[in-house]
Design a protein around this ligand. Structure first.
Ligand SMILES: Nc1ncnc2c1ncn2[C@@H]1O[C@H](COP(=O)(O)OP(=O)(O)O)[C@@H](O)[C@H]1O
Ligand SMILES: [Mg+2]
Length: 141
């Protein structure tokens, strides 16, 4: 299988449409015939990353690379950045505002769940510049 690359723009400020990129990616991964557990874990990671870009960074872009043995999700934004990544990774820690919370976001479980459901996760971030979250999901052979 050749490497497949997908790119999804994620609109900022649209908490109602949030989740669209992960739904679209899920459909494509199903069509590729990938294992169900791999699709489920990739979709959770994509959903959480997408929501974070919407509620914390005014949108961004999600790139998906599917290889024989792994899926790489790269979520890039030019938002405020994360001042303390270790703190942000704590379960329950959230800086979500009241509007996001009214819509049910802000449980502070997004980053911890991305860590849990991926095989590798890295966060590159700079305050005032933006954030790149990369997760790798291995495809069992
Ligand atoms: N892309 C991002 N840009 C800026 N801050 C982020 C981003 N993603 C996460 N964060 C910060 O990390 C915190 C924890 O994220 P997360 O675990 O997904 O919880 P939640 O989204 O429910 O707040 C967020 O509240 C926010 O402060
Ligand atoms: Mg989140």
């Amino acid at each position: 299988m050749e490497t497949i690359k997908l790119v999804y723009p994620v609109e900022g400020g649209d908490m109602i449409e949030a989740g669209e990129a992960s739904s679209k990616m899920k459909l494509t991964l199903k069509k590729l015939g990938l294992p169900q557990d791999v699709i489920r874990r990739a979709s959770i990671c994509m959903y959480e990353g997408e929501i974070n870009m919407v509620i914390h960074a005014d949108g961004g872009e999600a790139e998906v690379e599917v290889d024989m043995d792994r899926i790489v999700l790269r979520m890039t934004d030019t938002g405020p950045g994360i001042p303390d990544v270790e703190q942000a990774m704590q379960e329950g820690y959230s800086t979500a505002g009241p509007t996001a919370r009214e819509l049910g976001f802000g449980a502070g479980m997004g980053l911890p769940n991305m860590k849990r459901y991926s095989d590798e996760m890295t966060i590159e971030t700079e305050v005032g510049k933006g954030t790149v979250v990369t997760v790798v999901i291995k495809i069992p052979q």
